[in-house]
Write a protein that binds this ligand. Structure first.
Ligand code: F6P
Length: 342
């Protein structure tokens, strides 16, 4: 049997570990062949691919990024995109396609599957916002990077009696901000799930500073927004795929804090450093487990499903059960974060 694999959307630590696991399971477990489509769905549409075998995957387990490239291109962006993708599948005699991606990539995967492509999904994103799975790989690495950064920012903030506003990724949800904020002992954590009132943020800082502490860390997710009627924010511009270009909310929050409290305030935007580099041990293991199970499903032609972590066990779930809604930070965890902040 021949299986195609592609990685779509933003990159994420652990993609190579999934590819390696798929290839290993295919070759050594089943005697199947794997080819990798280059730059996500673009390679599938343009028939650009590379052979993948155990030899070509040697050494990639700890490497960040994806050896087969990624893009945000999808077949449904073009009138003939699906037909061209189908032609590529037929040309290479591909039985099933393993699609490793986030919300957008998996939605397209689900649609392709319903149109006769046999597709298995693997959920990835540092944002951890895919439904149906306890965790996506890449998230643990991003949280560790953000926590390390916050630890470092504490000492410089304390030395200078400053407030430091740290911006982390999290387009629609605040998993990274909440986890890194709790782990890093932040004074305030701002997430998209809870529109914030800047006056209350300043009250929290006042209360803390009134107790003799002069340094604070405010963690803000890039997608956090002020509550209606508090203050106005300019609408973000759109990129070529129609996604809002986020990044920069920390600057707005910092200047409001400084203006309202008089505390000297600085900004650190972590940006793409959260997505680059080597995955943590947890992410390497999760990626490997997902890759093996995705290949098992592909070999069994058990398609139209996504592999997922459910209560610590890797399972397969229909796409429809996973992509309908984004996974937000559970209220119970927000409550824990409020115990130490706000
Ligand atoms: O992959 C998710 C993510 O890292 C978001 O947190 C972020 O908003 C987005 O990707 C940025 O994507 P791009 O690579 O298009 O700038």
């Amino acid at each position: 049997m021949r299986v195609g694999v592609l990685t779509g959307g933003g990159d994420c630590p652990g993609l190579n570990a999934v590819i390696r696991a798929v290839v290993r399971r295919a070759e050594r477990g089943f005697g199947d062949e794997v080819i990798g489509f280059v730059d996500g769905y673009r390679g599938l549409i343009d028939d650009e691919w590379m052979p993948l075998d155990v030899g070509s995957c040697r050494g990639i387990l700890p490497r960040g990024g994806t050896i087969i490239g990624t893009s945000r291109i999808q077949p449904y962006m073009f009138d003939d995109g699906v037909d061209r993708a189908r032609a590529t599948m037929a040309l290479h005699d591909i039985d099933s396609l393993i699609v490793i991606g986030g919300e957008g990539t998996l939605s397209a995967a689900s649609r392709l599957d319903s149109e006769g492509f046999r597709v298995v999904g693997v959920p990835k994103t540092i944002d951890n916002d895919i439904g149906g799975t306890d965790m996506t790989f890449g998230f643990d690495t991003a949280v560790q990077i953000a926590t390390d950064a916050i630890d470092r920012l504490h000492t410089t903030a304390e030395s200078h009696d400053r407030v430091i506003v740290v911006e982390v990724m999290g387009r629609h949800v605040g998993h990274i901000a909440t986890w890194a904020g709790i782990a890093g002992g932040a004074t305030v954590i701002l997430v998209p799930e809870e529109p914030f009132d800047i006056a209350k943020v300043c009250d929290s800082l006042h209360r803390r500073h009134a107790k003799g502490r002069y340094a604070s860390i405010v963690v803000v997710a890039e997608g956090a927004r002020p509550a209606e009627g508090t203050f106005e924010l300019a609408e973000p511009s759109l990129d070529e795929y129609g996604h809002q270009r986020l990044g920069g909310i920390a600057n707005v929050v910092a200047s409001e804090i400084e203006a309202r409290t008089g505390y000297e305030t600085r900004v650190t935007i972590l940006g793409y450093v959260q997505r680059g580099g080597t995955p943590t041990a947890f992410d390497r293991v999760l990626s490997t487990r997902f890759g093996v199970e995705a290949m098992n499903a592909a070999h069994e032609s058990d398609t139209g499903k996504m592999v997922a972590l459910d209560g610590g066990v890797v399972v397969r779930k229909p796409f429809a059960d996973c992509i309908a809604d984004l996974k937000v930070v559970p209220p119970a965890l927000l409550e824990v974060s409020h115990t130490f902040t706000a």
